[in-house]
Design a protein around this ligand. Structure first.
Ligand code: ZN
Length: 450
């Protein structure tokens, strides 16, 4: 997920203890909704598995790292930014304090920003290659799934697990017409074309094969197998930025005909291109099932002012989830599906559908988040995963701050939801502890077989 703009994480501050710091969640916190102190304690003690984030590489290469996203959009047109992405977001101050012991309320003026960057730099320099792991320890996260084009310095297993991108593989034809849909898509498709060139090169090919069969074997399957061998634990699609979730079931012969007709031959007919994309998406999802790689889908509104919110309705994916050929593929809907909170919750009854709360844990305040989190925990709690979507969003909201804030908010939301369930007699204390561990860690362990 990307928001406004950014330059990868400038680093940090004064040397702080390496010890993991647990979040203090208590009934005395500023939240109106009560959190049971014993539940708060249990939640604070669980080192989470973060299902989705974009950590930036360790110093000194953090300033040149662009692989933290396949679509690192520094050129999106302005949108109306949610409060969490603004420089005066109050939780920024708490994050700076917790991470760097930097005590100043947002927004910072130029001088304050200079001071913050000096403190960040000092910590980053002191931590060096360990800086990304230090950020995790500060945020009570034990393992982070790193959704990146590649792994690198300080972002390595077993603490960081790789989730590469598959979108470029479903757009093998001329994307000029797709790119013309909006200024944002113009930027996105230029980037995706670059990713496809990279995947071709990694597959030792100079050009796209002439037939679909060869493309599937030599590029698509070859790329997925190479990524799996390189440590990938899932495949990510941010396809919602590029087209709608309305994937049909195109027959193989039809896809072969369309591929052969248009490959290397100018701008394809839009309807035919969609049929080919639909086939390729299903093919990749099937291959991911064979390879044991869950499919991650960006599944919430935004970012960007041209993002199609109607096109990201998760119910559009239901035919895929109901396809018997895809029952061996697990799908994880990222970002909690907002605004389709009820729709995404209902989809949990599909045996192969999971969701995570990444990103919404960052921008939705805990009390609000707790309402639908509770609904999901009352329905199919084994398939709800914690996630942060830590990302270098802006100069003030770097990947350390966004990771810390998301972990902080998610634990508050979980505390509120579980306390409510306890107070209403739906669960006992033992079950509350189990549910907390499942969301923060256990469900991910089961899904990825960690
Ligand atoms: Zn993301």
């Amino acid at each position: 997920m990307h928001c406004s703009l950014i330059v990868p994480g400038r680093s940090t501050t004064r040397i702080l203890t390496l010890a993991a710091v647990c979040f203090m969640i208590s009934a005395s916190s500023a939240f109106a909704q009560r959190i049971d102190p014993a539940i708060a304690q249990q939640i604070a003690a669980i080192p989470a598995i973060d299902n989705h984030a974009h950590p930036v590489l360790a110093p000194p290469v953090e300033t040149t790292d662009r692989d933290f996203d396949a679509l690192p959009v520094d050129s999106l047109e302005a949108q109306s930014d949610p409060l969490a992405y603004r420089p005066d977001f109050p939780l920024l101050g708490e994050a700076w304090k917790a991470l760097y012991n930097f005590d100043a309320p947002p927004p910072l003026d130029a001088d304050g920003m200079k001071k913050l960057n000096a403190v960040r730099q000092a910590v980053a320099s002191a931590q060096g290659e360990h800086f990304p792991a230090w950020v995790l320890a500060k945020s009570s996260i034990g393992v982070m799934l790193a959704n990146r084009m590649s792994m690198g310095r300080g972002v390595q297993p077993p603490t960081f697990r790789w989730v590469p991108y598959a979108d470029a593989l479903i757009f093998p034809l001329d994307n000029t017409a797709m790119a013309a849909a909006s200024p944002d898509r113009k930027a996105f498709f230029a980037l995706e074309d670059g990713v496809r060139v990279r995947y071709l090169k990694d597959s030792s090919l100079a050009a796209l094969p002439a037939t679909l069969d060869a493309y599937l074997k030599q590029v698509v399957t070859a790329t997925l197998e190479r990524q799996k061998a390189g440590g990938a634990v899932a495949e990510k699609f941010e396809v919602a930025y590029l087209r709608s979730f309305d994937f049909g079931d195109t027959p193989r012969a039809e896809a072969e005909r369309i591929y052969a007709k248009w490959i290397g031959r100018g701008t394809p007919d839009a309807a035919e291109y969609k049929l080919l994309q639909d086939y390729l998406f299903r093919y990749i999802a099937t291959e991911c099932g064979r390879l044991g790689l869950p499919v991650h889908l960006h599944a919430n509104a935004g970012a960007g002012s041209y993002f199609s919110i109607a096109g990201v309705n998760p119910l559009l994916l239901e035919p895929l989830f109901n396809d018997p050929r895809l029952r061996k593929t697990n799908f994880v809907l990222l970002h909690g599906g907002w605004p389709y909170i009820r729709e995404i919750g209902a989809l949990l009854q599909k045996p192969n559908v999971y969701l995570d709360i990444s990103n919404q844990s960052l921008f939705v305040p805990p009390h609000t988040q707790a309402q639908w989190l509770r609904e999901w925990l009352e329905f199919v709690p084994e398939k709800v995963l914690f996630g942060s979507d830590g990302y270098p969003y802006s100069e003030t909201l770097g990947w350390p701050e966004s990771t810390w804030i998301a972990s902080h908010n998610a634990r508050q939301a979980l505390g509120i939801a579980l306390t409510g369930m306890l107070d209403d007699g739906e669960i006992d204390r033992k079950r509350a502890g189990e549910l907390a561990r499942m969301v923060l860690r256990g469900n991910a362990e089961a899904l990825y077989k960690f």
